[in-house]
Design a protein around this ligand. Structure first.
Ligand code: GLP
Length: 267
């Protein structure tokens, strides 16, 4: 696992955006350019800086999304697309609507209003598979280490499905729902830990003091369904991009090791 430690949030998101850009460009110039680059995407505050930078590069003509297909990680159950807290709304408001050449038909987001969640999730998995899987899945994590909406004790082999949110997550996310946890939907549709794990590469953003325990558990803890993000220790292409503030709970040895190994600044 690579752990790329940056001084602050802005540097972390710039690094992550440049990494994604480099991957898309390499794909479009490589032997597989006839098929689209398949990019997994998260919501949350962590990726906002990445989205802003990707939009800037796209508008400046430095990066094209014409050959990119996206799959989002998750969606609240019961929120329509036009609800300002749906992840569909978030993604369009913060990202897709600002890109000059993103094709709407290449955007995939789980339908929170589906009458048949099981079919919706099975179809989502099948659609990912139809593209040959996800090339790069960018993710964030919750303070409890959840990746997508895979709360503690979700199976590390889980696939896309219905999830029940913990009280902790509803409290944390209530900041977007008038600070009332009861207004946060109790369930969501989410890709599974196994779905993320199957991606060729996974890039997880972890920033801020409130994620310090989660970062340590992800990187140094035992692989455990209690911290679903820890499954990435077994992934051969996992990268954590983090800021200094999130490193507070790492051991000094681990912190020094990752700084040392990244000194070559390989992209
Ligand atoms: C939500 C989302 C996760 C996201 C997490 C962290 O719970 N379902 O996919 O990673 O929030 O959000 P933030 O980046 O705002 O801390």
């Amino acid at each position: 696992m690579r752990v790329v430690i940056q001084d602050d949030y802005n540097k972390m998101t710039k690094w992550a955006a440049d990494y994604i850009t480099a991957k898309i460009k390499a794909h479009n110039e490589g032997p597989e350019k006839a098929r689209p680059f398949v990019l997994g995407l998260p919501t949350g505050s962590s990726p906002i800086g990445v989205y802003k930078e990707l939009i800037r590069q796209n508008k400046a003509g430095e990066l094209s999304f014409a050959n990119v297909v996206t799959f989002n990680m998750d969606e609240y159950l019961g929120l329509p697309k036009d609800h300002d807290q749906s992840y569909w709304y978030f993604m369009h408001d913060n990202f897709f609507d600002h890109l000059v050449d993103m094709k709407p038909e290449n955007i995939n987001i789980l339908d929170g209003m589906t009458a048949d969640p099981e079919k919706e999730c099975a179809d989502y998995e099948a659609k990912i598979a139809s593209y040959g899987g996800i090339d790069l899945f960018m993710g964030g994590i919750g303070v409890d280490g959840h990746i997508a909406f895979n709360e503690p004790f979700t199976s590390l082999a889980s696939r896309t499905g219905l999830r029940t949110l913990t009280s902790d997550t509803r409290i944390v996310n209530s900041r977007f729902f008038g600070n009332d946890p009861e207004k946060v939907p109790a369930q969501a549709l989410s890709v599974g830990v196994g779905t993320v794990f199957d991606s060729k590469e996974v890039l997880v953003l972890i920033n801020g003091h409130n994620k310090a325990r989660a970062l340590a558990a992800t990187v140094e803890g035992a692989v455990s369904q209690k911290w679903t993000c820890s499954a990435l220790q077994y992934h051969n292409g996992a990268i954590i991009a983090c800021d200094e503030a999130a490193c507070d709970e790492l051991t000094v040895g681990a912190y020094k090791y990752f700084l040392d190994i990244e000194r070559g600044e390989r992209l």
